[in-house]
Design a protein around this ligand. Structure first.
Ligand code: CP
Ligand code: NVA
Length: 300
């Protein structure tokens, strides 16, 4: 079954999906192409944007979405992933899942007879990356620039590295030692970049990452599930805060991006996230348009 677990699963259709998202946003596609389709949305972690954008998006496409928390599902009491996958496959047309472990989502997809969409795992956040690329296209016109990700080598940066590599955009991540991007994702990104001409850098060098950057991106220092490491992470990431000074190291017309939720005063200062260069609410809005394009692509 065709599922979206990683950006790599959709490599040949990345630009199509971004263009489709653009068409949904501009109102070019008016019909309801997913009339009567049903999407199960499983959440093992909190969410504002992912839940609402999928639910509203499905409604706007003519279908319906069911919010299913693992606190209420039998899977939360130990029902096997296989049985959940087989049963849901008899009721609905697709599953979107936010899970703690990426491997659980892989198993769910393997056992399902319907498409599974990754709504964030510990490894990737592909739906976010699509909304981000739509936002970059709107603000920068193309993907010829450089994205500097300042912060944790986590789910969000992993998907951004891969999508940047596929689109031929330069990607540089700066993080404290020990928080680098997943080794397999980095290797995969370099392999793709060698074909598309993008440059991928992962280092602890903030200045190197920000040099000539058109986009400055950050994410929380403590992701969902990392709470036990909070104190250590605050100390380790402190030099990597995005603030007025670090923004000056990027291009003058650089935009600031954040997947949200954000903690002002930690990974980014208020004057940057609430300042003129910030496009965070465009990004959040674009989750809706990107989700519609993804659901159309997988469920139509
Ligand atoms: N960016 C993002 O996925 O937000 P939520 O956690 O609110 O869904
Ligand atoms: N890296 C963050 C992203 C939240 C959308 C987390 O996993 O909590």
């Amino acid at each position: 079954m065709n599922s979206l677990l990683s950006i790599c699963d959709v490599k040949d259709d990345i630009e199509n999906i971004i263009n489709l998202a653009s068409d949904f946003k501009s109102g070019k596609i008016k019909e309801k192409p997913l009339k009567n389709k049903k999407l199960a949305m499983i959440f093992e972690k909190s969410s504002t944007r992912t839940r609402v954008s999928f639910e509203v998006g499905m409604y706007e496409l003519g279908g319906s979405a069911l919010f299913l928390s693992t606190n209420d599902l039998q899977i939360g009491r130990g029902e096997p992933i296989k049985d959940t996958a087989k049963v849901l496959s008899r009721y609905v047309d697709g599953i979107m899942i936010r899970a703690k472990k990426h491997s659980d989502v892989v198993e769910l997809a393997e056992q399902s007879d319907i498409p599974v969409i990754n709504g964030l795992t510990d490894l990737e956040h592909p739906c976010q990356a699509f909304a981000d690329m739509l936002t970059i296209k709107e603000h920068k016109g193309n993907f010829s620039g450089k994205l500097a990700f300042i912060g944790d080598g986590n789910n969000v940066s992993n998907s951004l590295l891969l999508i940047s590599a596929y689109l031929g955009m330069d990607f540089a991540l700066a993080c404290p030692k020990g928080y680098e991007i997943n080794e397999d994702i980095f290797k995969k990104g370099q392999e793709i970049a060698s074909k598309t001409g993008s440059e991928i850098i992962v280092s602890d060098d903030l200045e190197l990452a920000l040099k000539d950057a058109n986009i400055v991106y950050t994410d929380v220092w403590v992701s969902m599930g990392d709470e036990k490491e909070s104190e250590k992470r605050y100390a380790d990431f402190k030099p990597y805060q995005v603030n007025k000074e670090s923004m000056k190291l990027a291009k003058k017309d650089a935009i600031f991006m954040h997947c949200l939720p954000a903690i002002r005063g930690q990974e980014v200062t208020s004057d940057v996230i609430d300042g003129e260069q910030s496009v965070i609410y465009d990004q959040a809005e674009n989750r809706l348009h990107a989700q519609k394009a993804i659901m159309y692509h997988y469920l139509k």
